[in-house]
Design a protein around this ligand. Structure first.
Ligand code: WT7
Length: 656
């Protein structure tokens, strides 16, 4: 976050209580109700979650033990049997929800589809049988690399139905990034589409899968299943590749949901950390079902008549928990949109709100800032009166963007839930409950009941009010990640060893810095590790650096974030070249293209600066702090005494 944002947040004193009418009809109606729930959960978290698990979900068999905690490894609802596809589909067919819209989908070229719970159940069951016919068994991992079409949700639910963990890879990732993830997850099948509509062009997906699988580079993959979406020419390899529509023919729609152990893996989702290699975050069935269900219900205050829209992509955790599993488990109507905000269609989101009468709307600060730039005339030209609740996620929201969202989109009548969480947490952790907690622009406010969040120093001691520290969680919760796929040691090291209390207790460390104010409100400041947040997407500096040095002209690279008005942060790369190479405009372009082909468009550096040397400590560590100052055009601040060669800094200044 920029210094200006931090300052405006430090001075933020405005308070926005929910309207009385909103609170009266909300699931959680007052600050007292919230406090009661919070205290009850804190006093006995296991009993709190067990009661909700019993009330809110269908179980094929009840658990023996609520929580088995062998730090840092947790098991929730031990020996319980459950299936999330059953909870998202089958159980609604015996209620008034049977013919309710489960998914309302708006396609980018203007096509649309509404799928009821009964129809979705049939499609999922058929596709689950198709997967079985191909030999996909319980425990086999399935890769999903798809555009934002209903088949993406169908594929996820079909995998869950037969107990095949899915691993969704965002459709904007490159063939290389896809290959790494498929290999790490040992995917047996990949589900994709011929292509997808992204902004104003068609992106190839199947050709990227072909490239990822070239020369048997992802040997676990036996089959590729392809949805026809854009109808461009693609190659189909006989015996390996099948069309989705062919597979859906002549398969039975009778596929009972497999009773899964509560701790069976539901999905593996890759996310960036501070090393070069993305990690597979493992989520399991029972705890994740409960946590995504409860957070969706209380935070978005879902009522029967709501039309709920989360604008994320299913390739991210937000899409998993708050487009697919959470809303469907609650029997809600969830909107799925294939498009994205862009200058050529500055009213696209507001058209969707108006067309379907969206009542609950959940998006990212970067999208809000992009809309501010495009002008108020676009939302003002649409009827947004159906909206009753707004949400934001992905990065800290600056108070200016919050106020615009509140006034221009919410018409000053909608509470805003600023939700702090992560891929690892499975669901929202710190957030207002909209009928209960008065909001402050820029604060995610209070922990969800059952979440014992705190701000501590490196020894795990709580810091004073308004003093900065590390954001941690003191007790396990049902939606927490269980491990890093294939690397339990990395799980322990990354999340549980940075903060080391003297009493030997394990605290979950999220990687964020934050402070708590005198009202107990949390203000998340951003990552304190080498993780960047570009438009709400997480990228490791090392990942981008590895992509750069894999180019033959590059000797060394150091990547930092620079504050950006719309994206939050933009990538700036400092690069030294192999002898004989000269920095040039062409090489600059080529390197940007190279990063895109290694990782994907989200990692495209905004700026590449060629330099003779990088500032390093005597032990050879790149001093990124100094580069961050330079990238932002600021004076270099703090201690430079550990710098090996001070002249490097002067040179970098003049080069910039
Ligand atoms: C990181 C997690 C979880 C959904 C999207 C991103 C940042 C997320 C907020 C918020 C301040 C936020 C944190 C976090 N973040 N939401 N409301 N306020 N920061 O998931 O890719 O796993 O990234 O996003 O830095 O650690 P993710």
């Amino acid at each position: 976050m920029s210094t200006a944002n931090i300052e405006s947040i430090l001075q933020e004193k405005r308070l926005f209580p929910p309207a009385a009418e909103f609170s009266q009809n909300a699931h959680i109606k007052s600050a007292e109700d919230y406090q009661r729930l919070y205290d009850k959960a804190k006093a006995n978290p296991e009993a709190f979650w067990a009661e909700l698990a019993e009330q809110e979900l269908d179980w094929f068999q009840k658990w023996d033990t609520v929580l088995d905690w062998q730090p840092p490894f947790a098991k929730w609802f031990v020996n319980g049997k459950i299936n999330i596809s059953h909870n998202c589909l089958d159980r609604h067919l015996t209620t008034a929800n049977k013919n309710k819209a489960a998914i309302i989908w708006e396609g980018e070229p203007g096509d649309s589809r509404t799928i009821t719970y009964a129809q979705l159940h049939r499609e999922v069951s058929q596709f689950a049988n198709a997967l079985k016919q191909l030999g996909v068994k319980k425990g086999d991992t399935v890769g999903i690399y798809m555009p934002m079409i209903p088949e993406a949700a169908v594929a996820m639910l079909a995998c869950a139905r037969i107990g095949a963990p899915h691993s969704v890879v965002f459709g904007g990732f490159s063939a290389e990034a896809l290959r790494d993830r498929l290999n790490d997850a040992k995917a047996k099948v990949v589900i994709t589409a011929d292509g997808g509509f992204r902004k104003d062009s068609i992106v190839a997906l199947k050709p990227q899968v072909d490239k990822a699988l070239e020369n048997n580079a992802a040997p676990s993959v036996e089959n590729v299943l392809v949805v026809q979406r854009t109808k461009q020419d693609i190659e189909m390899q006989s015996g390996r590749d099948y069309w989705w529509h062919d597979l859906q023919k002549d398969v039975s729609a009778d596929c009972p949901a497999e009773p899964m152990d509560a701790e069976d893996v539901l999905f593996v989702l890759y996310t960036s950390g501070s090393t070069g290699k993305p990690k597979g975050v493992v989520h399991t069935t029972g705890g994740y079902n409960l946590y995504s269900h409860m957070t969706t219900k209380w935070i978005f205050d879902l009522q029967d008549t709501d039309v709920y829209w989360c604008t994320a992509d299913v390739g991210w955790i937000t899409g998993h928990s708050y487009i697919v599993y959470g809303p469907l488990s609650n029997g809600a109507t969830t909107v799925m949109y294939e498009g994205a905000p862009r200058k050529s269609n500055p009213g696209c989101f507001w058209d969707v709100v108006e067309k379907y009468g969206v009542t609950v709307f959940y998006t990212a600060p970067t999208a809000i800032r992009a809309f501010i730039k495009m002008g108020d005339e676009h939302p003002k030209a649409r009827d947004l009166s159906s909206l009753r609740l707004l949400g934001t996620v992905g990065e800290p929201i600056n108070p200016e963007a919050w106020m615009w969202y509140h006034q221009v989109i919410g018409g000053e009548k909608c509470p805003i839930v600023d939700t702090w969480w992560q891929t690892e947490t499975g669901g929202v952790m710190i957030t207002p409950l909209p009928g209960a907690i008065p909001t402050k622009p820029g604060s995610a406010t209070r922990p969800f009941p059952g979440i014992l969040a705190d701000i501590v120093d490196l020894d795990g001691n709580p810091v004073k009010d308004n003093e900065g520290g590390y954001l941690v969680v003191r007790h396990p919760w049902p939606g927490m990640m269980r491990t890093v796929y294939g690397d339990p040691d990395r799980f322990r090291r990354t999340y549980w060893e940075h903060i080391a209390p003297k009493d030997g207790k394990y605290l979950y460390f999220a990687g964020d810095g934050a402070r708590k104010d005198e009202d107990g409100y949390f203000w998340v400041m951003g990552r304190v590790d080498d993780v960047l947040n570009i438009s709400g997407h997480r990228l490791g500096t090392m990942e981008v650096e590895s992509a750069l040095v894999s180019h033959p002209a590059v000797a060394e690279a150091a990547v930092v974030g620079k504050p950006d008005e719309v994206k939050g942060e933009e990538i700036v790369a400092f690069v030294t070249l192999e002898g004989g190479n000269q920095g040039s405009e062409e090489l600059n372009k080529e390197l940007k293209k190279h990063v895109v082909s290694e990782i994907g468009a989200i990692a495209r550096p905004g700026e590449i600066r060629f330099t003779d040397a990088l500032p390093k400590t005597r032990s050879g560590k790149i001093m990124r702090r100094l580069l961050r100052n330079l990238a932002a055009g600021q004076e270099v601040s703090g201690d430079t005494s550990t710098l090996e060669d001070i002249s490097v800094l002067d040179k970098l200044r003049t080069e910039a």
